[in-house]
Design a protein around this ligand. Structure first.
Ligand code: URA
Length: 224
């Protein structure tokens, strides 16, 4: 209802301006698919437990939401759960996850101090790559996780995360090791830990990327 009282600011009567429209963080995501009505991660996780937007849930044991600190400065985004993740209900707990833990330890971080999630939350059968339709169905959840965690830094682990978070046409060759800032969040792409297990020659550049992440975290902690 309109107030009948005289305005404190003559000339500024009328309804207050509409709140700014939500600008999604991920390329191609529409505000409607970003679970904007959800105000916390627990509610989002509950919604995702019931999610059947794609066919993956019918072929896996459970939805794998995330692990780590929901208030972390650093968010890591992988591809999707593998067999061990599907069994345990946590991301990056298989071989690639053990390597990720070692990499984090090498930059003086414990897994509990970062927020870890994946582009798709349900295991693709036989560990195949998620299809574009499956990524499309799941990316609103990642969008909401980014909105609710509000990390200072996002690390995209591998090509699928890089294409989902940074640019659908990205290549690892061009994107790896490059920093981009979007909506105040700094984003870098690096190799997926599973790729490091298969290609030892990727370890050196990946190590440089994580050293750079450590340096940016320290800058952020000191308010730069
Ligand atoms: N690979 C991923 O991308 N995510 C996981 O959770 C495990 C392996």
């Amino acid at each position: 209802m309109r107030s009948e009282q005289p305005s404190l600011f003559p000339g500024m009567t009328g309804p207050s301006p509409a709140p700014p429209a939500y600008a999604p963080f991920l390329p191609g995501v529409r505000a409607e698919e970003s679970f904007l009505e959800l105000r916390d991660l627990a509610s989002l996780q509950q919604v995702m437990r019931e999610c059947r937007r794609c066919g993956l849930r019918s072929g896996c044991r459970q939805m794998v939401f995330a692990d780590g600190d929901p208030q972390a400065s650093l968010m890591l985004v992988g591809e999707g759960p593998g067999q061990t993740e599907d069994e345990l209900g946590l991301p990056f707990v298989g071989r690639a996850g053990q390597l990720l833990n070692q990499i984090l330890a090498a930059i003086a971080l414990r897994r509990e101090e970062v927020y870890i999630t994946n582009v798709v939350k349900c295991r693709p059968p036989g560990n195949r790559l998620p299809t574009p339709a499956e990524v499309l169905a799941c990316r609103g959840c990642l969008e909401a996780q980014i909105r609710l965690v509000r990390p200072r830094i996002i690390v995209c682990l591998g090509l699928l995360a890089t294409r989902t978070v940074l640019d659908p046409r990205a290549t690892m060759g061009a994107a790896r090791g490059q920093w981009t800032t979007r909506q105040g969040i700094q984003v870098i792409a690096t190799y997926h830990p599973a790729a490091l297990l298969r290609n030892p020659q990727y370890k050196r550049p990946a190590w440089n990327d994580f050293k750079s992440v450590r340096a940016r975290l320290e800058e952020a902690a000191h308010g730069n």
